[in-house]
Design a protein around this ligand. Sequence first.
Ligand code: B12
Ligand code: SF4
Length: 436
Amino acid sequence: MTIFLKKVRARTLFSLLDPVRVEPLELCYLQAASDQVGIESVILDNLFGLLEPPGIQPQAVVLTGYNTAEREILKEAKAYKKVYPDAKIIVGGLHVELNREAFRKHEIDFVLHSQDLTVFQSVLRFLQGDLLELPLAGLDRRIASEDGSDLWRVGTRLSVEALQRIKPTKTLSNLVSERTRYLDKTTVALVKSRIGCPYQCDFCYCKRMNDGVHVKSDYQELLRDVRRIRANYHWLVDDVFLTSRQDALDYLQAYEGMTGSEGEGETKLSLIAYLRADFIIKESDLLGQLKVCGLDEVIVGFEATGNAELEEYHKQTNALNYPKVIELLRDHEIDLTALFMVRPDYGLADFLRLNQFIKENLLDTYTISIFTPLKGTRSYEDLRSELVTEDPKKFDFLHLVLEPRLPRVVFYGLFYWLHWRLLKSKRMRSFVRQFF
Ligand code: B12
Ligand code: SF4
């Protein structure tokens, strides 16, 4: 039995330049899960030119993708069903997890909404005939009635309560690593070691994943994973790398353990990871050691430069500390990508304030998102009647999906104007040179 595993991507403004281009790590997990049950799989991803191999009739096609690709996933499901009528179509992943109703369609056979990969394995074993009964939790299954209509057996939710044992395959990472990048940093491999996030920022999609259940990292395992995949940089895509002093001490100890067993020269690693501003301030005395132990760049969600806005977001950080956070990272030569969010109700003064902050703090690597309620969250439901579009492609954080207070053209003008420092930064120039 052979199955196809495909990452479906929508072309958005982001994909014009693809400033960050990485392997679809989730497919490497799915591949490892299918390997374990003795099923061969082929990874497909147009971004890396990985197309359907000729002459293979898959028994299942597994599709995954983000919110912006919702319609493409449905389209591809239909197209694959036509080309391979006997293949079962399975969908799953981050977007499906919280939006499963949108995928209960005739052309789809299984909607997997649990991160627990044993559910996926059960479906594969069921299709192979090795399992007679499917589990009730973690998946919805289409059952065709005799009259041609569809019935959906809707499964209960199933969250993951402990770190999973399945390790991603590394063939894909090795195959595409030369073509991966994080802005000017090339050969970047993804790693994941935590599930969910212990914080509760109001606007955030991630906090709702895995039903809000957070499973903390095992730093020894993380470092073992990093060692398995050769790359110049490892991007740890956990929502937060270190949440407390104890986490940092555990990481440092795990790193020292690794150096002890492998020797200094072998251990060099460069991590790109998410950290919160409150952690950086509170545990600033550990930044030097973290840098020595591989922390190369941090991505910090500042979101806003005023505390009133941060309070509305339940961000639990203090904007007054942000300049200090930036200074601390600079002093320790840890690169920073700062993340900001502008709201549709921003006026001219708000844009000017953000620009002033970026200028005063000499930020040169930052992203600015337009506040976008993501389907599957409470804020999406609360604001649904105010949405000016429901086109998934527009929910890429670069489009207004709510009516702005300023005229649209002025809003977009100011939004793009905020990026001018980024465009002329050394790192962006270096990225653009590499790109061309
Ligand atoms: C790294 C990253 C990226 C990378 C791509 C990474 C990749 N894997 O290809 C880049 C930078 C390119 C990117 C781009 C975008 N991203 Co992004 N990204 C992330 C981030 C930080 C980590 C994702 C990741 O790689 N995790 C590692 C993998 C292994 O974990 P995982 O996906 O959770 O998969 C596990 C399970 O979910 C499960 N699973 C996954 N898929 C499937 C499928 C099946 C069938 C099954 C059974 C199980 C399963 O198995 C895996 C192993 O446990 C997340 C935040 C987050 N907390 O997840 C945002 C996130 C996924 N991104 C998001 C968005 C919106 C985008 C963009 C659309 C917009 C933007 N401006 O960023 C673009 C889309 C670009 C495109 N054309 O596709 C949203 C998605 C929301 C949604 N509802 O889909 C997230 C959640 C962030 C957020 N703001 O809320 N992103
Ligand atoms: S914004 Fe970051 S810290 Fe806040 S809930 Fe989301 S992932 Fe966690």
